[in-house]
Design a protein around this ligand. Structure first.
Ligand code: SAH
Ligand code: SF4
Ligand code: F3S
Length: 483
């Protein structure tokens, strides 16, 4: 599904490039399209592209923008990396994310040796790190373009520069206050879409690299968000996922102060929109207003991703999370009192510097008290440049792994018990796709994000249907369609 705001045929390619955005980028898309058309004639086949996404939903959303630009330029999207233009949209939140990218670059090089028309672009969070760019400049000379998180909107312009130069193009911005609206985007699903409401992060949790690679927090104007959501709904979308590193601080950077709760109220009014999701919620900024709005809403899904990171106040303090264990538990209490059927999920880091066995037991205690529907558990990964990377008492790997395994057991046991609590209910399900393993089954999602598989038909994709949750299988359900 694509959205495009300008007609490339309207550009006079012999004129000088426009200065304002997004016109300037549409001009370069038209220029590159001309090049692609000529190339296709020369080699007598269509040119293809592939965008490979590492990391979080923000990156997934950025990848849709990159795909939108490449489609405009005239490339055809394919799966896998045997394409004429390959973009790796990278993540650096943990060291293993970087390792994966380096591992796959060797493979890309082997593909490029076979295809002289191939271009390779690297972008995203990892590219915001000087050491990474230095390494690629030195050891991965076959890469054509490197850009960062702040200028993905410029890809067509950078490609145009690359076509007319023989060297690797590198364009990394340290930070920006620019938000370029109205660029093309290529959605993966017809019926659901991610919508950025803010960029960057100002929280500087001491372990986290995101504020350094995504820059300062910037909120989009509510009018722009409402306009985008209305356009998406007109294009068939019924579920949106609002995206931000800390959606609860939405609006703080705007001149006219608005709040996340206020934004949700505006979106609730949009006719045709059926479900609203959002992530991520930082516990320190979750307001009673938001709880009230969620409670009274017919559209906001009863699911909160509320990363706790650790259970011990001592560790939370060193993490710079700005809440105590008691603050977090009392917040959970308020949420559950207002919405007893809410689904809570979380992120937990194990092995943060200085974490003792007692600290770890407090994390287990919080997990047992809150009873999460699911939890993403991570082993602490040292990110250079962050305050935690130079803290004393880094936890030994074996100790951290042992705690990790113990935590996982508890998380999984509670998670399957929580999933089972809706067994037998008839629930509304948004049908998403044909089941990958059994094509006679359809796969859909409950409001609380649990998956259910049931006998259905392809025409139901993108619709909300009623399904009886017949059998709980641990983390998902086998269901029966109700007529
Ligand atoms: N903005 C979100 C999180 C974004 S990063 C929030 O504050 O909740 C996603 C998750 O990765 C974090 O919640 C954290 O649990 C984990 N993470 C971040 N940095 C990490 C590190 N250095 N080591 C291990 N896990 C980390
Ligand atoms: Fe990282 Fe903390 Fe910002 Fe989340 S809120 S992105 S964990 S610094
Ligand atoms: Fe990774 Fe960047 Fe997201 S570091 S988790 S892709 S914001």
């Amino acid at each position: 599904m694509s959205s495009v705001l300008m007609d490339l045929d309207e550009f006079d390619l012999n004129s000088k490039e426009p200065i304002t955005e997004p016109e300037r980028q549409y001009y370069f898309m038209a220029k590159c399209r001309e090049w692609v058309r000529n190339k296709e004639k020369e080699i007598n086949r269509p040119l293809t592209f592939s965008v490979v996404t590492f990391g979080c939903q923000m990156n997934a959303k950025d990848s849709e923008k990159l795909a939108g630009i490449l489609e405009q330029i005239g490339y055809h999207q394919i799966e896998g990396e045997e394409a004429d233009f390959v973009v790796y949209n990278t993540c650096t939140v943990r060291e293993n994310a970087n390792t994966r990218v380096y591992g796959r670059l060797g493979y890309l090089n082997s593909l490029k040796r076979k295809n002289p028309n191939m271009m390779i672009a690297l972008c995203g969070c990892m590219m915001q790190e000087d050491a990474v760019v230095d390494k690629i400049k030195k050891s991965y000379r076959f890469v054509d373009m490197i850009f960062g998180t702040h200028n993905i909107f410029k890809m067509a312009e950078l490609m145009h520069t690359r076509i007319h130069s023989k060297t690797m193009i590198i364009d990394i911005w340290k930070d920006t206050n620019l938000i370029v609206e109205d660029l093309p985007s290529e959605r993966k699903y017809k019926f659901k879409a991610g919508v950025n409401i803010m960029y960057g992060c100002n929280n500087f949790c001491s372990y986290c690299i995101v504020p350094y690679v995504r820059g300062r927090e910037r909120s989009r104007n509510p009018e722009d968000i409402v306009k985008e959501v209305k356009e998406l709904v007109a294009d068939g979308v019924i579920e949106i996922m609002l995206l931000g590193q800390n959606v609860n601080s939405y609006g703080k950077s705007l001149e006219e102060k608005t709040t996340f709760a206020g934004l949700l109220k505006l979106l609730e009014e949009i006719e045709g929109l059926e479900r609203i999701r959002f992530m991520t919620s930082h516990p320190k900024d979750l307001s009673d207003d938001l709880i009230e709005v969620m409670k009274n809403s017919k559209k906001i899904c009863k699911h909160l991703h509320l990363p706790v990171q650790a259970g011990s106040t001592n560790v939370l303090k060193k993490m710079n999370r700005s809440y105590t264990k008691e603050d977090y538990l009392s917040l959970v209490d308020r949420i559950k009192t207002a919405m007893p059927d809410i689904s809570l999920t979380t992120d937990i880091i194990i092995g943060f510097p200085g974490e003792t066995e007692e600290d770890f037991l407090e994390t287990l205690e919080v997990v047992e008290k809150v009873r999460y529907d699911s939890a993403y558990t991570f082993l602490y990964s040292k990110r250079s440049g962050t305050p935690a990377s130079v803290m004393e008492n880094q936890v030994e790997e074996l100790v951290a792994k042992d705690r990790f395994d113990r935590l996982l057991k508890v998380v999984q046991k509670i998670s399957s018990e929580m999933t089972a609590r809706v067994a037998g209910n008839v629930e509304e399900v948004l049908v998403e796709e044909i089941n990958g393993q059994d094509p006679s089954l359809m796969t859909g999602r409950l409001s609380n994000n649990i998956l259910v598989h049931f006998k259905g038909s392809e025409e139901q994709i993108g619709k909300i249907v009623k399904v009886k949750l017949a059998e709980c299988k641990g983390f998902y359900y086998m269901g029966e369609l109700c007529n």
